[in-house]
Write a protein that binds this ligand. Structure first.
Ligand code: ACO
Length: 388
């Protein structure tokens, strides 16, 4: 029987998880049995971090304990701040984030065998520190000194505070908090799978999260948020949406922030982010980004439907991320970093879940290179490497 090659592992089940469930046909996403439709308007990101890492929503006391630990772990080691000060100001924020996260391992405690600990506290450490890295680099590249984190603010509120030096308006803090809730986990997506593959070799949580960050950056995954923002800036006005879509598809390119491997209907996170984008645009008194995004989504659906009447390409989570983060005044090239600041909750929980019941992840590939043959000594090799 011929071997079936599953390119892209589409539809292949490679493991199980208790963390989140993506029901792509009906458009439902749950974290440990809680629908994001309930979590997004009701729970804070800190409650979701607790849900994912500890297995249940916290009571008031448990939430306070977690918030205290997050607050206490936000500061970065001084040498890593100094390292960022010496990076070219043109460096891409995702490159800086990935490099500094990897550097955190250098300052983390080790056990008697010299190994870093991969436990719930190192997970909380990473959740706490990622926004500090992103905000510090944001200021350093603008020629400003980083602002020290505050332990009394939420993850979202503290991030916005560290960027601007001002405690944010509650609408802005809520918007970013909801964004983090919606981004917190998404089953075996590419970056989470990269984290689990790395953890399965018994690499530690720092190595696993560095691998996840590397996998997130491409524009078929988390990089789509920055790409979607770039699209909004290119389209410039809501009236130009349809022409932009036609030109893009005629060139054979894709509309960034549209389409999803799992969802065959609109990504449930897009609905919440769209509502948030609308609310924020009213708050900032300018609906430009929201209007362009709305017109672009409508135009994409219309033109894609014309091209293929049964197409299932709808807005994904990255699409309305663009107007939300743009209205929070976050630069477009930092959007993927913000994605990571939410997804770190899921990534670390997946690493702990993998380590708790580990088996090395090692798939197979068919070989379609040249057949086995004799070794050719160097003096007998042709210029093109041919054997004879
Ligand atoms: N714009 C236009 N056409 C698209 C798009 C899009 N955004 N997405 C898919 N298609 C088309 C493809 O061209 C292809 O058409 P064809 O059958 O005529 O060749 C068809 O839909 C199927 O595409 P695939 O790439 O096979 O579908 P897959 O399941 O692998 O795609 C993906 C999922 C990679 C997300 C894709 O929809 C895409 O490239 N979207 C744009 C990038 C993006 O937004 N990524 C973020 C995803 S969400 C996340 O990772 C957080």
């Amino acid at each position: 029987m011929p071997t079936v090659v599953d390119r892209g592992l589409e539809g292949v089940v490679v493991g199980s998880t208790q963390l989140s469930n993506v029901e792509g046909v009906v458009g439902r996403l749950t974290y440990r049995g809680y629908d994001i439709d309930d979590l997004a308007p009701n729970a804070t990101f800190e409650e979701v971090v607790h849900l994912l890492l500890y297995g249940h929503l916290p009571n008031r006391h448990e939430l306070e304990v977690l918030k205290r630990e997050l607050g206490a772990r936000r500061s970065l080691p001084e040498p890593l701040i100094n390292a960022m000060q010496n990076v070219p100001k043109t460096a891409w924020p995702m490159d800086v984030l990935r490099t500094i996260v990897s550097g955190l391992a250098l300052f983390s405690p080790v056990n008697a065998h010299g190994e870093h600990l991969s436990d719930v506290h190192s997970a909380i450490e990473l959740v706490a520190k990622l926004p500090t890295i992103v905000a510090a680099w944001d200021r350093i590249r603008r020629g400003l000194n980083p602002v020290d984190p505050r332990a009394d603010l939420s993850q979202a509120g503290n991030f916005l505070y560290m960027r601007s030096g001002k405690v944010p308006h509650v609408i802005e803090e809520d918007a970013l908090d909801t964004y983090f809730v919606l981004l917190a986990d998404h089953s075996y997506n590419a970056s989470t799978f990269a984290a689990r593959v790395t953890a399965s070799t018994r690499a530690d949580v720092y190595a696993s999260i560095t691998a996840a960050l590397a996998a997130l950056q491409g524009d078929l995954h988390g990089g789509a948020a920055s790409a979607a923002y770039h699209t909004l800036t290119e389209v410039k006005s809501a009236e130009r949406g349809e022409q932009y879509v036609r030109d893009t598809l005629n060139r054979g390119d894709r509309i960034m922030g549209m389409g999803h491997r799992e969802y065959k209907v609109r990504d449930p996170r897009a609905r919440h982010l769209e509502a948030m984008a609308k609310k924020l645009s009213a708050h900032v008194g300018n609906s430009k980004w929201y209007d362009i995004a709305r017109s672009l989504e409508d135009a994409s659906r219309k033109v894609l439907q014309e091209k293929k009447p049964d197409n299932t390409i709808y807005a994904n989570v990255d699409f309305y991320t663009a107007p939300v983060l743009a209205d929070l005044d976050i630069p477009g090239d930092e959007f993927t970093c913000l994605f990571a600041c939410g997804r770190i909750a899921g990534w670390t929980s997946h690493v702990l879940e993998q380590l708790a019941d580990n088996r090395l992840i090692r798939p197979q590939a068919t070989y379609d290179g040249p057949p086995a043959g004799p070794y050719v000594p160097i003096d007998k090799r042709a210029a093109n490497g041919a054997r004879s």
